[in-house]
Design a protein around this ligand. Sequence first.
Ligand SMILES: Cc1cc2nc3c(=O)[nH]c(=O)nc-3n(C[C@H](O)[C@H](O)[C@H](O)COP(=O)(O)OP(=O)(O)OC[C@H]3O[C@@H](n4cnc5c(N)ncnc54)[C@H](O)[C@@H]3O)c2cc1C
Length: 398
Amino acid sequence: MDVKLNAEDAAFRDEVRQFIADNLPADIRRRVETGKRLSKDDHVRWQRVLHQKGWIAPHWPVEHGGTGWSPLRRYIFEEELGRAPTPRIIPFGLAMVGPVIMTFGDDRQKAHYLPRILSSEDWWCQGYSEPGAGSDLASLQTRAVADGDDYIVNGQKTWTTMAQHADMIFCLVRTSTAGKPQEGISFLLIDMKSAGIEVRPITTLDGGQEVNEVFFDDVRVPKANLIGGENKGWTYAKFLLGHERANIADVGRSKRELARLEAIASSELSDGRPLLDDPAFRSRLAALEIELMALESVVLRMLGDGTNSGPPGPEASLLKVKGTEIQQKITELLFEAIGPYAAPFVTEALDDGWNEAPIGPDYAAPLAPYYFNWRKASIYGGSNEIQKNIIAKMVLGF
Ligand SMILES: Cc1cc2nc3c(=O)[nH]c(=O)nc-3n(C[C@H](O)[C@H](O)[C@H](O)COP(=O)(O)OP(=O)(O)OC[C@H]3O[C@@H](n4cnc5c(N)ncnc54)[C@H](O)[C@@H]3O)c2cc1C
């Protein structure tokens, strides 16, 4: 779907498009286009380009470094980033802990952390989940016990995305066992270089190094790193999850992946004719396109008349469910379009410098790991089953 833009917004879209064309480093562009794994340096380099332009945090208030763009312009910007394609902006600092710090943090925390998030000086990770606390997050057990001006933290987090790169982790910790489980949780910012932290990798289905376990053994954390009030962390945690889920819909990127799917389906043959002409395949592709158009129109409707710039509510769960279902369906159709050539599982094909002769067309080699990697989308950020429960309760009123 092409959104009808007025002349000013169309000029803005062209400016963004040109800026990306002129400033996205060629090596990074190539890696994103060919589905290679990106390094920390790739992400940071691109984020710094956007920071220098003043475009790294369009959704932040202007006084903290935002752009002051209308919600529609923010949407156009995100769509152009997805279309280009650029590396995904790492959300943990900019989209997740940043809004929490600026809303609930004290002046010292804002002055210290926000500029470092904007400049990508600090890479953040998210310490919510634990081995016994996923969907039932309130059952988390990692303890923070007061000791003078510090807390002493003990426990374990899991599935911590890119903790191996992180300078800081925002953590939910238990500071009280009195009352309901939600009432004894605090939101703590912890320096990953602190003595007593150990990061252990978890290898994912695609052979990748994306998630980790993080262990805390008598880790000393200054009380000055507590966000808001002690035992009030659940409120901040839920506020953050709304931002996380809204961010996951990623319509621009899905549009690009659909375009890639169409291009592949026009070069793959079925019974001697382009697969794209096969009626059964076409109808599945069309159904997917319609779903994406519907998602886009929901996103645009949520942007409304340009005044809806408050924190995302439970409707973020809807974007999360539909956005990730579409992402997964695209990987499924890609897999089918390429047929047997997509089957070899060559995880090294995702690494830059892999130069074996591919079995089948170039685009086939990274497909199997790519397909497996995207199984995660319906789980992270809170599983889709849980999001459906939230929609039923908070939106439909069941
Ligand atoms: C790739 C990846 C990256 C992640 N990154 C991070 C991160 O950086 N930081 C972080 O803190 N966490 C992270 N997570 C963890 C993620 O938030 C949890 O995996 C998720 O909340 C689900 O928890 P769980 O894995 O413990 O599953 P469980 O809660 O054990 O659920 C197992 C299954 O049961 C279903 N289920 C459970 N309860 C209900 C219910 N009441 N009704 C219906 N169905 C239910 C679930 O939907 C799921 O299908 C990541 C996960 C993945 C896969």
